[in-house]
Structure formats: C-alpha cells, structure tokens
Write a protein that binds this ligand. Structure first.
Ligand SMILES: C[S@@+](CC[C@H](N)C(=O)[O-])C[C@H]1O[C@@H](n2cnc3c(N)ncnc32)[C@H](O)[C@@H]1O
Length: 343
C-alpha cells in the first residue's frame, strides 16, 4: 500500500474532496482515506491514482507522502518504506515548494522553509546525488505546512491551470450567458463518475460546457436543449475544440428519446440568466428527474445543480432517487449552487 497526499484548492471545499473521491471511483481505484482536513486528503491505495488525479479540476497536486514532522521542533521523519515507490532514480535535479495552509503557520517565510526542507531532502536521498534546480527541476517535492506541522510529498502530478483557462466559456466561438466555468463544469462531470468509452448525457446542454469536459475524459457525449440556437452553438463549440464523439438533439428534457446512458450531469435553468420557458424551477426539475430515471443505468449517477433555495434534494427524494452527496457552492451573496449527486 502506498500513501498518497492530495492537495485541494481552498476555494472549492468540500467540492474538491468529493471530486477526488468520484474520480478515484470512476477510474476504479480502491482507496482508503486516512486523513481529510485543511485542503489535504491522505489516502492509501495499491493502484496508481495519477490518472484519476489528472482529471480533477480542483486538485492542485498529487504526491506520494514521504515524510511528516514539525518545523518548530525541527523533527522530520522520512518513511523508509516509501522509497520503494518513488520514481526518483531519474531525478538529477529537484526543487522544494512549500504551501502554507491556513493563517497561523510558523513565522519563517516560504523561501526559508524551502531551503530547510531542501537540505532535509538532500541528506535523506544523499545516495542519489540530486542537485537543486529552481527553474527546471526534474523532480518536485511539496511541503504542506499547517500551523507547525509539515507533510512532505514527492509530486507525481500537478494541475495545468492554463488548460482550463483556454476553455473558459468566453474563449469558445459560441457563448451564452449562464455557462459555467470549465473547471466547475469538469468537477460536476467528475461527480457523475463517467469513464472512458461510456455514454454521458446533458439534457440542458446550453453552450455545451459539460459535454466538452466529458468528451475530453473520453466519453461518448449526448446533449439536448430546448433552444435550437444552443444546440447549434454546442455543435460549433465541440467541433472547435476537436471533440469528435457526440450527438445532439433539439428537444425537451421532460421527454427524452434515449434508452440507456451511463451518467447524467446537468445544470438546469435557474430562471436568472437562462429561461425555464414558463415552467417553475421545481416543476421542471421534477419532470426531468422522472424522465431520466428510465434512461440512467442501474447503480449509476445523476448530478445536477440548482439554487439552494429551490431545495433540489427534496424534489429528488420525492421522485425516488437515493441521495449520495449534497454540496453547496457559494456563487455570490444571493446565489448558492446546491449540487446533488443521485443514484
Ligand atoms: C443554465 S443553462 C445550461 C448551461 C450549460 N451548462 C453551459 O455550460 O452552457 C440551462 C439551459 O436549459 C435550457 N432549457 C430550459 N428549459 C429546457 C427544457 N425544458 N428542456 C431542455 N432544455 C431546456 C435552456 O435553453 C438553457 O440553455
């Protein structure tokens, strides 16, 4: 068993934790969490979780946990058994990055902490004769400091923020107000546990944000919307981003002409930026949930978001879904998105 250290984005908790668990499930990684708090998840697994981590939007980095200790007491214990798992032979150069979590950490600044941890790494791995390279290191060690406690990981993967920025709704050829940011859309798609080669469906596809993310994950994507220009625009966006395996329908999510899908993730209209076409939010959600029941494969997931005041969890229970997770994500003072994961 290897212990992994996942470092989650502070702005999206607890969504970031749930996204990681869902991605691990989607990639069929058996895991056991041993610590979850303060943007950190420590878990053990027999199988590499790198592919699962790399699909997460709200994960900063994934490491093998190699040491822990206290900066104030100058005690850092490297775990002997972790050496077996480290792909460290290829590292001629390395660097240490420290992230301070929370406010009440030790007074030393990050550069000082990085120097201290760097000398620990050099002496611990003296037989590898690694040199420090701050610009283009072949390997990266990450120190996560919370108060005086430090966790040190050997980094296996880190998020490429640029990739998500490139897919920001405003950069796509077809834009509609109300489109979710690419990272948020990816996190919701991840909650649906869609895997490569499976069929993913978004019944309120808008400009296609969720379909783009599911398609990048290797799913065959199906989308529909009551607005025909949204359907055409989604086609343009998917084509522009080179996402090939998809089908689109112009239609009502309350009458879906499909038979079987492996996962559904969607963002129904809130009647703020996108229209419900005269229906109440709760009425529309209830009918779309009823309709989706017959097309979603057994034991699979349906994820949708709605303003918290519409109490989407009550509607889902009324329709007879099993509630897996409820996550609130604040958008601004008067809007909190409630994301519900159903089975
Ligand atoms: C919040 S937007 C979806 C945004 C989308 N997630 C994106 O990233 O662009 C909701 C969409 O639901 C569509 N819609 C409203 N009522 C519908 C219905 N009964 N059936 C299907 N689509 C509907 C609207 O036309 C709108 O495009």
């Amino acid at each position: 068993m290897t212990s992994y250290l996942a470092y989650i984005n502070a702005n999206y908790l607890p969504l970031g934790y749930e996204e990681l668990y869902a991605a691990l499930e989607a990639e069929r990684i058996d895991y056991r969490t041993t610590y979850v708090a303060n943007q950190i998840v420590i878990f053990t697994s027999n199988k590499s979780p790198v592919k699962a981590a790399s699909r997460c939007a709200f994960l900063h980095s994934l490491c093998i946990l190699i040491a822990k200790g206290s900066i104030e007491n100058q005690e850092i214990d490297f775990f002997e058994e972790k050496r077996i798992d480290l792909p460290i032979e290829k590292c001629k150069t390395f660097c240490v990055r420290v992230k301070k979590i929370g406010k009440r950490t030790v007074k030393l600044n990050k550069a000082e902490l990085e120097r201290i941890l760097g000398s620990y790494v050099i002496s611990e791995f003296a037989d590898y004769e690694m040199k420090v390279d701050l610009k283009r290191p072949e390997c990266m060690f990450l120190g996560l400091l919370h108060k005086s406690d430090i966790l040190i990981g050997f980094q296996l993967w880190s998020k490429n923020v640029k990739e998500y920025n490139e897919r920001t709704p405003g950069n796509r050829p077809f834009f509609r107000p109300g489109a979710m940011k690419a990272d948020f859309a990816r996190a919701i798609v991840n909650l649906s546990r869609i895997s490569t080669g499976e069929v993913f469906y978004d019944p309120f596809c808008g400009a296609g944000g969720f379909l783009i993310e599911a398609s990048i994950l290797g799913a065959y994507v199906l989308g529909s919307d009551l607005n025909s220009s949204a359907v055409k625009g989604t086609d343009i966006n998917l084509h522009f981003l080179g996402e090939g395996h998809y089908s689109l329908l112009h239609g009502d999510s309350r009458h879906i002409p499909l038979k079987h899908v492996h996962a559904i993730a969607t963002d129904p209209p809130y009647s703020i930026q996108s229209s419900t076409y005269g229906k109440t939010i709760s009425g529309l959600i209830e009918q779309f949930l009823e309709e989706s029941k017959s097309i979603l494969e057994q034991n699979r997931h349906l994820v949708f978001s709605s303003p918290s005041y519409s109490e989407p969890e009550r509607i889902a229970e009324k329709v007879g879904y099993k509630m897996k997770t409820i996550i609130d994500a604040r958008v601004h003072r008067s809007l909190t998105r409630r994301i519900v994961v159903l089975m």
